[in-house]
Structures are given as structure tokens and as C-alpha cells.
Design a protein around this ligand. Structure first.
Ligand code: 7PM
Length: 290
């Protein structure tokens, strides 16, 4: 007797196994941003702020988020680093609560091995590291933890990255870096199926370099790893539209749709409902669903 599991992905569809949740990459998935840095929640540790963060995550799930990315350390250009304890205090209570309440997986946006371990122990199902596991102990932690990891390209570090970045060939250099990090991860025991790559828009790139890199999304996606693209509300969109952060929703949605058409497997966004709607329409009109 043959039984067909209606939940099973078709042949060739990549799936991320996120600790008890599956992220099936049969269409471009939406990662909702939950920012616990003091930039948005004044100290990130107080009860009212925790409740607001949990409410916001639930609202993003309701709006169609496929995964929620929780971050406690600002990677804003020029930002100072925080201690492990500060970062744990910000993210752990929220992850513990959300892991119980959400039906979608959580990712932890951190470069610190201690935070990776604690966050996954508390229920996170993916590691999102803008340092691509380059901080001391991070690679080993990711190997041991065993959840999918997103490796992002950044030139330098957040403090200095926007000081006149220079490339001979931005797309070629970013691609080479990502493939080198992926190869190192695999040689240390991270499964190929657990690796996601991200060109790192805005992380040590000028507007012109970001545009060149964006146009290379199909080539980077062709390397065979799922590609994550994060351009939501970023300054490149401010430079293109002349708009302030909160007024970059339409610009962000346009960029997310284009990234999806060009091969992005996951888009990391603030405006989940708007992005979902736009992706549904773009997919239906471009490919025809079903
Ligand atoms: C201030 C400036 C606050 C910039 C936050 C940011 C990405 C990421 C971020 C990305 C992946 C933002 C950034 N961006 N992780 N974390 N890819 N994988 O705009 O592009 O959200 S932080």
C-alpha cells in the first residue's frame, strides 16, 4: 500500500530542519525581524518591552511570517558590541516564551557561541550569523548545535564596515567568501543541507556595490545553497528613494519581490504582511500557482 503524505515536499524541494519545525523552500519564505536591541525597545530587558516583543512576533506570524529572527545585538553601522550576559538577558526570555507560543520556527541573530547555544536550548531552530561563524568558538558551537546556519558576508565589522569599502569585483569577492565559509563549515561537520548563504546587503558596501551585488543574486543562488536576502528598510533604499526608515515599506517590498524572482529562498523583512501579499501576487502572475 502506498500512502502519500500531503505535508511532504516534492522532489528537489530543499527543506531546512529547524529543531522540530520544517522550513520548506518550495516558495520564497518570509523571515520576520524581531529586533530586541535598545534601538527599538529601550533597554530590551524590562517586562513591558518583553511583552511588546512577544506581541509583535505573534502579529508577524499572523501576518504570514514563515520564521521569526530574534536579535539582541545591534549591527548598525558604528554600533558598539555588548556582553554575552547583556545579549542573553535580552533574547532568552523572549525566545523561551515564543518557542511555546509560535507554530513557526525562530532563528537567533547572533555571532556569539554562548548565545547560539542558549538560544537553541531555549527553542530557536536556526542560527543567523552576520559574522559567518568567524567569532571565537562560533563554528564549533554551530557544529555541535546542529541546526541550520545562515552565513552572511560582511566586510570588516559593524564599527568600521561603512568606511569607504573597496572591492575589485564585489559580487565575485562576496561569492568567494561565502563559498569558502560554507566549505569550512562542511569540512567541520555541518551538513550541506543546513547551510544558507547571504550576501549581506549594507554590510560594508556602498550603494553602487549593493546594486551590483543585487544584480548578481541569480549567480549567487546558482551556487546551490539557499540564499537569504535582507534589504528591508536599509539605507540603500533610503538613498534610492530619499525616504526615512519608516517610509521605506514600498521600496522594501519591491526589493523583496525582485530578490524572490531572482532566486532568493528567504527574504528577511520588517513588513511581513505587505511582503507576503506582494510575493503571493508576483508568484501567481509570474509562475501561476498550483
Ligand atoms: C541597524 C542597522 C539595525 C542594520 C539593524 C540592521 C541582516 C541580518 C541584519 C541581513 C542577515 C537590519 C540590520 N541585517 N542578518 N541582520 N542578513 N542574515 O537592517 O541582511 O536588519 S541587522
Amino acid at each position: 500500500m502506498t500512502t502519500k503524505n500531503p505535508e511532504a515536499p516534492g522532489p528537489g524541494v530543499r527543506t531546512l530542519a529547524c529543531a522540530g519545525h520544517r522550513l520548506v523552500l518550495d516558495r520564497t519564505r518570509v523571515m520576520g525581524i524581531l529586533n530586541l536591541t535598545p534601538d527599538s525597545f529601550s533597554d530590551g530587558g524590562r517586562w513591558l518591552e518583553r511583552d511588546a516583543a512577544v506581541e509583535h512576533a505573534l502579529a508577524m506570524q499572523e501576518a504570514g511570517a514563515d520564521i521569526i529572527d530574534v536579535g539582541g545585538e545591534s549591527t548598525r553601522p558604528g554600533a558598539q558590541t555588548i556582553t554575552v550576559q547583556q545579549e542573553l538577558d535580552r533574547v532568552l526570555p523572549v525566545i523561551e516564551t515564543l518557542a511555546q507560543q509560535l507554530s513557526v520556527p525562530l532563528s537567533i541573530d547572533t555571532g556569539k557561541p554562548e548565545v547560539m547555544r542558549a538560544a537553541v536550548a531555549a527553542g530557536a531552530g536556526m542560527i543567523n550569523d552576520v559574522y559567518a561563524l568567524r567569532q571565537d568558538g562560533a563554528l564549533q558551537a554551530a557544529v555541535e548545535i546542529g541546526v541550520p546556519v545562515c552565513l552572511m558576508h560582511m566586510l570588516g565589522n559593524p564599527r568600521v564596515m561603512q568606511n569607504a569599502p573597496v572591492y575589485d569585483d564585489v559580487a565575485g569577492e562576496v561569492t568567494a567568501f561565502l563559498l569558502e565559509r560554507a566549505a569550512l563549515c562542511e569540512s567541520n561537520g555541518i551538513a550541506r543541507e543546513n547551510i544558507v548563504l547571504d550576501p549581506g546587503f549594507g554590510f560594508g558596501k556602498t550603494l553602487e556595490q549593493n546594486i551590483t551585488l543585487f544584480r548578481a543574486i541569480p549567480d549567487i543562488a546558482a551556487m546551490g545553497y539557499p540564499l537569504l536576502v535582507g534589504v528591508s528598510r536599509k539605507s540603500m533604499l533610503g538613498q534610492l528613494t530619499g525616504r526615512q526608515t519608516g517610509d521605506r515599506v514600498a521600496a522594501s517590498v519591491a526589493a523583496a519581490v525582485l530578490a524572490a524572482q531572482m532566486g532568493a529562498a528567504i527574504v528577511r523583512v520588517h513588513d511581513v504582511g505587505e511582503t507576503r501579499d506582494a510575493l503571493e501576487v508576483a508568484t501567481a502572475l509570474w509562475q501561476g500557482w498550483a
